[in-house]
Design a protein around this ligand. Structure first.
Ligand code: ATP
Length: 297
């Protein structure tokens, strides 16, 4: 569905996209994750033909980007693209018109899209009277109203409470079930874990690692991660290394990669003589993989 090959973009002397390669198959939810300034929005702007790349190529449905491919794409940008004094229906009708839908088709599509994002009962409410979560759903509806094949969601749940997030996650799953391909950017790594069947880790405009969560887990050769709180950190690290545990810092937390699953009491026995204040086990999460990949590079 989307194929990006050897893409480059600089602003002045700063290279913001650096030989980027990214491929999304039809029906996938691809999560592009990366720190602020990694190049996510620039990549999206190039895909949507809003910014021109310096070199490389982008193909959507095997066609180079052009005015025609714009119709295949729907984008929900980071900042809601809505007219606050207009109603939900008026907003959607306006954007459907821009996409060239005729009046009859527009009416039908506006209704169907409002139903899809669960806003039919607020069809005639001005946007400014909607909650933040509803506005976000309407912003996604704008991306859907012309029935695109590829939907780009730039940080779709940033700033929303957990219930509003659940609603948007459910909506994204429904889009996938309808066969729509989705490119999602997010800073919420648990969001990427929940939704995406493929994840790309972007830094300085380059994909450093890519794959399903299961494939990315292969980057960290650990069965589980142990987080330990103690005032005797140096001694704890020595004990852990003697047991084959690999030490890591996640923020200020001291953690160890355990090469095989172990019972808690067996783990505690390996730290004999150390006063342990707290101990916790966790599976290898995307945050661990992300930190490993981005800090090494
Ligand atoms: P965020 O998570 O904060 O949205 P991002 O990964 O989307 O970040 P981009 O917005 O793509 O990052 O920005 C990548 C880099 O390109 C940044 O260093 C940014 O300052 C720079 N940049 C983006 N647009 C322009 C522009 N029009 N002129 C100059 N520099 C730009």
């Amino acid at each position: 569905m989307l194929s990006i090959n050897n893409l480059n973009k600089s602003y002045g002397k700063t290279k913001v996209i650096n030989n980027l390669n990214l491929h999304i198959k039809s029906g996938e939810i691809y999560g592009l994750i990366g720190a602020n300034g990694a190049g996510k929005t620039t990549t999206i702007n190039i895909i949507c033909n809003l910014v021109k790349a310096d070199s490389g190529n982008v193909q959507i449905n095997q066609q180079p980007i052009s005015a025609a491919t714009k119709k295949i794409i729907g984008i929900a940008p980071q900042e809601n693209l809505l007219y606050k004094t207009l109603t939900c229906t008026e907003n959607l009708d306006f954007f459907a018109n821009i996409y060239g839908l005729d009046k009859k088709n527009r009416q039908q599509q506006v209704q169907a899209t409002l139903a899809a994002v669960n806003l039919l009962d607020r069809a005639n409410s001005p946007v400014e009277t909607l909650s933040g979560g509803m506005q976000r759903r309407l912003n996604i509806a704008v991306a859907l109203v012309h029935q695109p094949k590829l939907v780009i969601l730039d940080e779709p749940t940033t700033g929303l409470d957990i219930e509003a997030r659940y609603e948007i996650w459910e909506l994204i799953r429904q889009l996938k079930n309808q066969g729509i391909t989705i490119l999602l950017t997010t800073h919420l790594l648990d969001e990427a874990e929940r939704l995406c069947n493929k994840i790309g880790i972007l830094k300085h405009g380059q994909i450093l690692a890519e794959g399903s969560l299961a494939e990315l887990r292969g980057i960290i050769p650990a069965a589980e991660i142990l987080v330990l709180q103690t005032t005797q950190e140096t001694e704890a690290i020595a004990c852990a290394q003697a047991s084959g545990f690999t030490p890591r810092r996640y923020g200020k937390e001291l953690a160890f990669w355990l090469p095989e699953p172990l019972e808690l009491k067996e783990i505690i026995a390996r730290f004999e003589g150390i006063k342990i204040d707290a101990i916790a086990l966790s599976p290898v999460r995307l945050e661990h993989i992300y930190l490993e990949v981005t800090q090494k590079n």
